[in-house]
Design a protein around this ligand. Structure first.
Ligand code: SAH
Ligand code: SF4
Length: 391
């Protein structure tokens, strides 16, 4: 059985052709699935009976099993989807006045292993398929439409952010078709500026995304210099800040917005000093020289959401405000992210997909720990420990 959630419209057209159907049939089928949430082929009455029979025999619209659902006091909903093999991924719906944002996962676990991230701490299990990525949106959209009793054409989800579990640009081949389904006028019809890919900085893939499917881009920076960023976001050792910002500048040429969002997780006494705010400002504003051209950006400060075993603390609100002021006074639009779904651990970086298979998680942790011991300890912990020591 082929899961039709796997295909963007082009691929669905190819599949339909292989079944001996006209390409426009694919568009009809695509609309049934992604605009009406249908999965029962027999009910798709505008498709020829012979085609419906073929579909019943060869295809399915396979949703992901929901392992759990939690609703927070502020209306945030967190779904835990079982993706098999002891893995689960989380999807978070964040309702706001006039819009609904869905935060989607791209991988089970994550290999980047950022110090402050629960998903990274969990280790990497596997890439999600396009079907598993789209199934999160499909479930949330049509489940919410039912619950909110929305009419035909009314949408529950107006914005998608690839900010759940995983590094989307390390699962490029599956993520791009999923983005195309989100953007497709016959699919979810979201505008490019309402779909955001957030990345820890996979430079070559930022460049490819610009050419293949430019959507809004958020870069998780978290540090104003390479020494500290090497510690917090290990991928920085491969793609240091200067290369990352150069790639982000290149992205702007085709981006749907005229700025890049910079995400910066506020860690108490690690990356939140006024001096570090000034360093970040200098980096983003640049000095007009070719060596330091800056980057048109908006900064989103994310107060760190603690999770057990991180060994890190959230910056106090005054420190976050002081940091924001430096940027703001320097002419950079800066926002402080409100923490949503706190009571159900649905906030950024708390998504760990903790489920059934504890042993597997324990194994991965042990593996990650032994890999870490291999790296020189001083280099790994250095600046972080030093900053905290100074506190
Ligand atoms: N892998 C991608 C997208 C998923 S993470 C990325 O790193 O950008 C989404 C955002 O949550 C990132 O900006 C990430 O740095 C941030 N984040 C991770 N852990 C966090 C935590 N514990 N508290 C606050 N933000 C966190
Ligand atoms: Fe992966 Fe993003 Fe978490 Fe880093 S912050 S470990 S890149 S999910």
């Amino acid at each position: 059985m082929v899961n039709l959630l796997q295909f963007d419209r082009g691929a669905l057209g190819d599949w339909c052709e292989q079944q001996g159907e006209q390409p426009f049939r694919a568009t009809q089928l695509f609309r049934w699935i992604h605009q009406r949430g249908a999965r029962d082929f027999a009910a798709m009455t505008d498709l020829a009976k012979s085609f419906r029979e073929k579909l019943v025999a060869a295809a399915e619209v396979a949703a992901l099993p929901v392992a759990s659902e939690q609703v927070a006091d502020d209306g945030t909903i967190k779904w835990l989807f079982d993706v098999g093999g002891g893995d689960a991924v989380e999807t978070v719906f964040i309702p706001e006045a006039g819009r609904g944002t869905l935060c989607i996962s791209s991988q089970a676990g994550c290999a980047v292993n950022c110090r402050f991230c629960a998903t990274g701490h969990q280790g990497f299990s596997r890439n999600l398929t396009t079907a598993e990525i789209i199934a999160q949106l499909w479930h949330a959209e049509f489940e919410l439409r039912r619950r909110l009793a929305l009419g035909q054409g009314e949408r529950a989800i107006t914005n998608v952010v690839m900010m759940g579990m995983g590094e989307p640009l390390q699962n490029y081949a599956a993520v791009v078709p999923a983005l195309k389904v989100m953007l497709d006028d016959h699919g979810y019809g979201l505008s490019r500026r309402r779909v955001t890919v957030s990345t820890s900085g996979v430079v070559p893939m930022i460049d490819r995304l610009r050419d293949d499917c430019p959507v809004a881009l958020a870069v998780s920076l978290h540090a104003p210099d390479d020494a500290l960023r090497d510690e917090l976001v290990p991928l920085n050792r491969k793609y240091p800040i200067a290369e990352l910002l150069a790639s982000a500048r290149g992205y702007l040429e085709r981006a749907p917005r005229d700025f890049i969002t910079i995400e910066y997780c506020m860690l108490d006494r690690v990356n939140d000093s006024p001096a570090q705010a000034r360093a970040l400002l200098a980096l983003l504003r640049g000095d007009g020289s070719s060596a330091n051209p800056g980057l048109p950006s908006k900064v989103n400060l994310i107060p760190f959401n603690p999770f057990p075993a991180s060994g890190l603390a959230r910056s106090p609100a005054e420190r976050v405000a002081a940091f924001a002021k430096v940027l703001h006074d320097g002419g950079i639009v800066t926002t402080i992210r409100k923490t949503r779904g706190d009571d159900i651990a649905a906030a950024c970086g708390q998504l760990a997909g903790e489920v059934q298979d504890r042993t597997r998680v324990a194994e991965r942790r042990a593996h990650a720990a032994s890999a870490r011991v291999a790296a020189p300890l001083s280099r790994r912990r250095g600046p972080v420990a030093a900053e905290r020591g100074r506190a």
